[in-house]
Each structure stands twice: as structure tokens, then as C-alpha cells.
Design a protein around this ligand. Structure first.
Ligand code: HEM
Length: 369
């Protein structure tokens, strides 16, 4: 009994050490380079959000049928300042038209499984990212073959539009229903009309998906580094096209005791056993300017008490990924502080011949403009 307690205690200390070290690195990086730790490349829009009725969903005090919000959505790319690279894309949604504070926010990536699923695998991913990605990813993927699955299902190459992709929270969070029952939930956002996974734009060819660490644009790429963001601006602001998404939720009982293995982000939940239930309609109404996009931030801590983030007890606990994310709030603070002191970074140019463009592995001649 005493031994078990000591082991549990040691695991918590290990998680705290990981959290402090990772948070310090993230905050240092954001302060010095004035960037988001990830998803620096993005565009924000104002959005109309309406909670939908689905009787299969547990009644909840925040998700009240018919409730409407003016919110914001930020679409981005997880890494590299080039829309034509093969990278994970994102959709972050906040339930208020504000840069900062909001009653609720969701951060979602393409693909239903990530490259890391707890603090241990995230630390390994972070090391290879700091080394320079590319070939360094291979050691991470050898050690954690499941990361290859996550990488393959998450990256998108040359998508036509942010409006044609689906986005997943990938991690589990909590939902305390009006009748006081406890649930674990996952969210996804899919295009509004008749979407199926086969219709996803940007899904790489199987040979390309199997090599997620080769992220450079193809040699014959002709589009600019900003083509995907520009497409959204043109679609919403100029053409006034409707860009609508369906926000959906999966719900499972949140059992007492140690975290169940199925809370892991490493694999998605079965859609027959745990169907996707309708949650909200999200419609982009106006793409905002660059400055507004840079100042709009999203965090998983932005949630009512009835949508909690479960606590983690070790670096192998599935909830440890969200534990790190809660602490990484210091990265966002450091970034915004750096803007105040040194100013905001300028929008990166369209051309791959600009000095800030990077390739990994190195390309002799950057493609396109
Ligand atoms: C599956 C897990 C994860 C998902 C789906 C995810 C998703 C995202 C998304 C979509 C954004 C962009 C937000 C925006 O548009 O502004 C983001 C940014 C960020 N994420 Fe994650 N993330 C995950 C894991 C983590 C972890 C483990 C950390 C811990 C260090 C982390 C730290 C950050 C930070 C620091 C930012 C930038 C915050 C800012 O400066 O505004 N994320 N993440």
C-alpha cells in the first residue's frame, strides 16, 4: 500500500517536471521569436454559432438548444509559414467575438488521431521538432509507430479550401450534464452539406501520407505561400459564399477510478458505438484583418465549469496532453507580451524566394513564386 502510494507520488512529480520544462521552453520560444508555439500561420473570421437540437445529447446548461453566439474561428496550419506544405490544418472556435476572454473555446486539427497522445509522446515529438523536423521525425516514428498513423491521417497537402476539411479535438474532455451525470466527450467540425471522409480536400495520396515527415511543397508547385488563407478571404469577403460547418460531439460515460485506456487520443472512438451527435451550426460571416487574427487567441482553459478538463496523474495518463496544454497558457501570454514590447511580426510574403522561407530536407530551388 505504502509502495503504491510512493509510486503514484513519484509519477505525479515526474508529470510536474515535464510540465514545468515544456512550459518554460514554449514560453521562451514565444517570447523570443514572437510566435505561437504552433499554428503561427493562420487566418481569423467572425462567425455565427447556433446550438442545434439533438435529443440524443445530454441536456447541458451551456449547450441550450437554439442559443446563438457571435464568435470567432481561426483556421491555421500547425507548422511552417507556407500553405502549400504538407501539414496538419486547424480550426479553433470561440463562442464570443473577442480577441481574448470567452465562455468557451475548442481547438481542433485535421485527422482523428494526433502524432502524440500523452506527455511522454509529446515530449519526444517536441525534441524532434526542435532538432529541425524532417529526418529527425523518423526516430520518433520508429519509437512510436502509432505516431505514423497519427501523422498520416492528420496532414493535408494542397487542400482547396479550409471550408472543405474536417477538424477534430482529438483529446477527451469532460461534460457535466444538467442531471449531474458525468461524461467524456470529443468534438469535431465538418462541412455543413453532405460531407463524408472521402470528400475531404487535401488528403494526400497513400504513398505521400506514409511519409508525413517529407513536408516540402512539390517541385512543380505554382501557388503562393498564402494561397489557402487568400482563398478563404476571397470566398467569404468578396464572393459572399456561405461557409458553414456542423459542430458535433461524441459522448461516453465518465467512469470513476483510473483513466480508462479509451480516453487515449491515440485512436478515435468507434462511430457506431459512439455516434456523432449534432451540437451547433457554425457559419463564417467575415474574415478579419491580419492584426486581428494575430491577437485572437484560443485556449482549452476557456470553458464553463460544466465542461472541465480532467486531471492527469502521470506522463502516460491520456489526460496529460491536456494537462500540458493548460500550462502552455504561459506561451500565449509570453507571445502577447512580446508583441507589446517588440511589436508584432509582419505578415510573411507570398514568395518562397523570400529569406524567411525554409525547406526540410533542403530544396535546391524553391518552387513557385
Ligand atoms: C492533440 C492535441 C492538440 C491539439 C488538437 C492542439 C491544437 C492546437 C490548435 C488548433 C492551435 C491553434 C490555436 C489558434 O488558432 O490560435 C494550437 C496552438 C497552441 N498549442 Fe496546441 N494542440 C494540441 C496539443 C498541444 C500541447 C500538448 C501543447 C503543450 C505545450 C500545446 C500548446 C499550444 C500552444 C502554446 C499554442 C499557441 C498558443 C498561442 O500562442 O496563442 N498544444 N494548438
Amino acid at each position: 500500500m505504502l509502495l503504491q502510494r510512493l509510486i503514484a507520488w513519484a509519477k505525479r512529480i515526474q508529470l510536474s517536471i515535464y510540465t514545468v520544462l515544456i512550459t518554460l521552453l514554449v514560453a521562451f520560444n514565444s517570447l523570443v521569436f514572437r510566435v505561437r508555439m504552433s499554428h503561427e500561420n493562420g487566418v481569423s473570421a467572425r462567425a455565427r454559432i447556433r446550438i442545434l437540437d439533438d435529443p440524443r445529447r445530454p441536456a447541458h446548461d451551456f449547450f441550450v438548444n437554439g442559443r446563438e453566439f457571435v464568435g470567432r474561428v481561426r483556421h491555421g496550419a500547425a507548422s511552417f509559414n507556407d500553405d502549400a506544405k504538407k501539414v496538419v490544418r486547424s480550426a479553433s472556435v470561440k463562442f464570443s467575438d473577442t480577441r481574448g476572454r470567452t465562455p468557451f473555446a475548442l481547438l481542433m486539427n485535421t485527422g482523428d488521431a494526433p502524432l502524440f497522445w500523452d506527455a511522454r509522446t509529446f515530449a519526444s515529438f517536441m525534441v524532434v521538432t526542435m532538432l529541425g523536423r524532417g529526418k529527425y521525425f523518423v526516430s520518433h516514428l520508429r519509437k512510436y509507430p502509432q505516431a505514423l498513423v497519427g501523422g498520416s491521417v492528420s496532414v493535408r497537402r494542397d487542400p482547396e479550401s479550409f471550408a472543405g476539411m474536417s477538424y477534430h479535438t482529438q483529446t477527451c474532455s469532460g461534460l457535466l450534464a444538467a442531471d449531474e451525470s458525468r461524461h467524456l466527450v470529443r468534438y469535431r467540425m465538418i462541412p455543413w452539406d453532405g460531407w463524408s471522409p472521402e470528400m475531404e480536400t487535401g488528403t494526400p495520396e497513400p504513398w505521400d501520407a506514409a511519409l508525413p515527415w517529407l513536408q516540402n511543397p512539390f517541385q512543380d508547385e505554382t501557388r503562393t505561400r498564402n494561397y489557402l488563407k487568400d482563398e478563404l478571404i476571397e470566398r467569404v469577403n468578396d464572393r459572399k459564399d456561405r461557409v458553414r460547418f456542423r459542430l458535433q460531439i461524441q459522448v461516453r460515460p465518465w467512469l470513476d477510478g483510473p483513466t480508462q485506456q479509451w480516453a487515449s487520443s491515440a485512436w478515435p472512438w468507434d462511430e457506431v458505438e459512439t455516434p456523432w451527435l449534432e451540437l451547433a451550426e457554425v457559419e463564417l460571416t467575415e474574415v478579419l484583418d491580419y492584426k486581428e487574427a494575430m491577437l485572437t487567441w484560443f485556449e482549452i482553459t476557456q470553458a464553463p465549469k460544466t465542461l472541465p478538463i480532467p486531471n492527469a496523474v502521470s506522463i502516460d495518463d491520456p489526460h496529460s496532453l491536456n494537462h500540458l496544454r493548460k500550462a502552455s497558457s504561459w506561451g500565449r501570454r509570453a507571445r502577447l507580451f512580446a508583441y507589446k514590447i517588440f511589436g508584432m511580426l509582419k505578415k510573411f510574403p507570398d514568395s518562397r524566394h523570400a529569406p524567411d522561407w525554409t525547406s526540410e530536407p533542403p530544396m535546391a530551388e524553391p518552387p513557385g513564386p
